[in-house]
Design a protein around this ligand. Structure first.
Ligand SMILES: Cc1ncc(COP(=O)(O)O)c(C=O)c1O
Length: 407
């Protein structure tokens, strides 16, 4: 099949060693983690075999190479999301970034203040803010969604007040595939003086991100969901907020001066990076940004929309399958959750797995949402930029077979 760009989908699939090694794998679990292209692997191996050294410390050539590559990666990631390099800190992933944000923002909360979270937050975004709300005698209130699983903006507007200090919102739901209108949410929240923290873990692999266009105060995402390595992520903090925040994690590499009675921090972003960072991971993340940019966003979007449509139409053709989330392509990604009456999602996923089709089943770390849909959770198929019509046909075929076997 031709992509709108110059490379065919077969070319793209060949970029990923796993598909050469496992040609029969229909991988539809990209919302959990995506696969790694050779160029990302090569960038990481290059560091490991040619200039492995710690950063910001050594004065010998390999250490300088490592530091330069690390800081160049910061600049590349900044460009990728339209931020400034000093606004980008590297962490171990979205979970770590969100925990740090919650810990650093906690001292700002007063008893009776309110944190708003959407109904579709991942536990990584929900739990750290639930914790600080409890510790600071603040409230945490859920912004509901409507019948089409879109955020209820009218209710959100009514919930805003001067007591709302923080809004936590996912840019794209890992269960519903819903894409939320972040720029509108930020504008409304800022009118009431609230900070907005955006979880972009599911958004970044599928759509181009401009943090400046969003206007958000903080944005997090993980490399491993965007064709980068595991164990590395990004914490974007808008510059003026970054200057104000006191780091929550202390250690080596982030202090300007320490005496027996006093200490002072480096500037952002280094003050947010305590200890030795995941240097090959950061270098790999920058390579993943280059990989995505080289394919071209319009090519990725057109292809993924086509595959999402195929997936939805295929599921609907089965008759009794319930898709959880919007059936229209507006503001939705190829993350599609569903239930089949009478069948446990784990059984479906197991039988599909036996046929070489990888999906996920369960509560997807979003239990407040998924348990309101079904006590046993939901099954989820999620696309990547390498997903083919054949992968989807095998998934639908496998689902039919699973249904017959389990009926
Ligand atoms: C929306 C969302 N936020 C946060 C996370 C946590 O990401 P990580 O496990 O990489 O820290 C995930 C992972 O599934 C997610 O889907």
């Amino acid at each position: 099949m031709e992509t709108p760009g110059s490379r065919t989908i077969e070319d793209i699939k060949r970029d990923f060693p796993i598909f050469r090694n496992r040609p029969n794998l229909a991988y539809l679990d990209n919302a959990a983690t995506s696969q790694l292209p050779s160029m990302v692997l090569e960038a990481m191996v290059d560091f490991e075999v040619n200039y492995r050294a710690n950063v910001h410390r050594g004065l010998y050539p390999e250490a300088e190479l490592a530091t330069n590559a690390y800081e160049a990666a910061r600049a590349e990631v900044a460009t990728f999301i339209n931020a400034e390099p000093q606004e980008i800190s590297f962490t171990s992933g979205s979970t770590a970034s969100l925990q740090m944000l919650a810990a650093m923002l906690s001292p700002r909360l007063q008893p009776g203040d309110n944190i708003l979270v959407s109904s579709m937050e991942h536990h990584s975004a929900l739990l750290p803010f639930k914790k600080i709300a409890a510790e600071r005698a603040s409230m945490i209130t859920t912004i509901p969604h409507d019948a089409d699983y879109r955020l209820d903006l009218a209710t959100f507007k009514l919930m805003l007040s001067q007591r709302v200090k923080i809004v936590v919102i996912t840019a794209a739901s890992n269960v519903l595939g819903t894409v939320n209108p972040i720029a509108d949410i930020v504008e409304l929240a800022h009118q009431h003086g609230a900070l907005v923290i955006v979880d972009a873990a599911q958004y970044v692999p599928h759509l181009p991100l401009s943090v400046k266009a969003w206007g958000a105060d903080a944005v997090v995402f993980s490399a491993h969901k965007m064709y980068g390595p595991l164990g590395v992520g990004v914490l974007f903090i808008e510059q003026s907020l970054g200057e104000q925040l006191t780091p929550s994690n202390l250690g080596g590499g982030m202090m300007r001066e320490v005496t027996s009675s006093a200490m002072s921090y480096e500037d952002a972003p280094w003050k947010f990076e305590s200890g030795t960072p995941n240097i090959p991971g950061v270098i790999g993340l920058a390579a993943a940004c280059r990989y995505l940019s080289s394919l071209g966003w319009s090519n990725i979007i057109v292809r993924e929309e086509e595959m999402t449509r195929l997936l939805i139409v295929g599921l609907l053709s089965l008759g009794d399958v319930r898709i959880i989330g919007s059936l229209t392509m507006n503001d939705r990604l190829g993350v599609v959750s569903f239930t089949v009456p009478g069948l446990h999602p784990h059984d479906l996923a197991t039988i599909l797995g036996e046929q070489g089709v990888a999906i996920r089943a369960g509560h997807h770390c979003a239990m407040p949402l998924t348990s309101s849909i079904s006590p046993t959770g939901v099954a989820r198929a999620s696309l990547g930029l390498y997903t083919t019509a054949e992968d989807i046909a095998r998934f639908i075929q496998g689902l039919k077979a699973a249904r017959q076997k389990l009926a």
